[in-house]
Design a protein around this ligand. Sequence first.
Ligand SMILES: [Zn+2]
Length: 254
Amino acid sequence: MIDSHCHINDPAYINNPEKYIKEATSAGVNKLLVVGYDLKSSKDALEIASKFDNVYAAIGVHPSEVKKASDNDLKEIEKMLSNPKVIAVGEIGLDYHWDKDLIIRNMQREWFENQIELANKHHLPISIHCREANEDCLNILKKHKPICSGVMHCYSGSPEMVKDFIKIPVMLGIGGVVTFKNGIKLKEVVKIVPEDMYLLETDAPYLAPAPHRGELNHSKYLPLIAEEIAKLRGEPIDKVIETTDRNFAKLFKI
Ligand SMILES: [Zn+2]
């Protein structure tokens, strides 16, 4: 089972990645993609990935961090893209939840577009963060096609929009929200997403699945997400795991 989006580079875990990875492996989670959100966390993601066989890095500037980022940060990130342990540019995208200011939102769109171009230049897929901005995100993806595809991490769009995103094409990352009682929209999404177009993820330390909701999330909880997906799709859990392992390998070419 593969966690396609976690943050071992977060202050909650960075001091003991070895313990984290061991606990994940014990739970059957044997591959991890650690995702950066600014220059420092991207460097940390790569450092962790370099030390462990089954750990990989995605690096980039998160939309909520663009205010603090500089052109030089992007240059530094670009230099790291040739490292074989970097398998994606991310997390990049739009977050209108926290930023209401139109100038900042413009800045977010510009950074998103520039980082898609960067991924294209280096033949890498992208990991997309999109919150309360699905329409704009879709429009940018149509105009600036990610040529090596990507994933809508923690997909929060409607079931109706699934077809638009998979047409780009980008896969959908399914996380802990699918286990929430009020995660009704995402449960519908999981029932209809084609089997070759979704991935498992935790987004640890955020969004712990039920019954751990509100606690610190960890990749070791990924089986709870896979179980819920299996129930919703009416498939054995082994099939969900096999399918999402295959999808991960196809998207990230490992
Ligand atoms: Zn994340």
